[in-house]
Design a protein around this ligand. Structure first.
Ligand code: AR6
Length: 181
């Protein structure tokens, strides 16, 4: 589906984020920045070792990436020129600032992209895999954060790339809910 928020095109796509042609793709990383499973593993496999080299430099410089924040590397062999690595919260019942930290992961990624002059960006569904954040709740937060950000700043396109039908539906429903026709 495609909608507009101000000048920004917001799209949902069912698919694999590693093949997207937006200038940047976002990685659902962990604070250590040393790779892992899920979308993180897929991005490092597809992008090759250069991305990990840059992650290690960031680790050496600043000791990783706290939950809710974001860092940027090149895209290695990916079509995307940049990977923005953000760290979503691990779900532990909802009383440990999980909502705020998830919002912050999306917001920090968008702020960093804007700082770098990036105009098109793809997001996966942060925290809803290994980190077990409930997907409908996460989708509402993701969409709200993108709508709030694009209320202040334009992108050309912000794309949500969802890996399975249930997640795809959750994002579509969140958009329908928050952008009544
Ligand atoms: N393209 C798009 N989405 C994908 C892809 C892909 N190629 N592969 C998986 N997903 P997860 P998290 C979806 O677990 O919950 C890692 O080990 C997946 O189906 O990747 O934030 C990191 O190193 C789900 O909908 O991220 C961290 O330790 C979504 O991406 C930890 O997992 C997020 O699932 C982060 O966990």
């Amino acid at each position: 589906m495609e909608v507009r928020s101000g000048k920004t095109l917001i799209r949902t796509v069912l698919g694999d984020i590693t093949t997207q042609t937006t200038e940047a793709i976002v990685n659902a990383a962990n604070s250590g920045l040393l790779g892992g499973g899920g979308v993180d593993g897929a991005i490092h496999r597809a992008g090759g070792p250069q991305i990990m080299e840059e992650c290690k430099e960031i680790r050496a410089r600043q000791g990783g990436c706290p939950t809710g924040q974001a860092v940027i590397t090149g895209g290695g062999r990916l079509k995307a020129s940049y990977v923005i690595h953000t760290v979503g919260p691990v779900w532990s019942g909802g009383n440990r600032q999980e909502d705020e930290l998830l919002r912050s992961a999306y917001w920090s990624s968008l702020a960093l992209a804007r700082e770098k002059g990036i105009r098109t960006i793809s997001f996966p569904s942060i925290s809803t895999g290994v980190y077990h954040f409930p997907v409908e709740r996460a989708a509402r937060i993701a969409v709200k954060t993108v709508l709030d950000f694009t209320g202040e700043h334009d992108f050309e396109e912000i794309r949500f790339v969802l890996f399975d039908q249930r997640t795809y539906r959750a994002f579509e429903e969140a958009i329908e809910e928050q952008m009544p026709a």
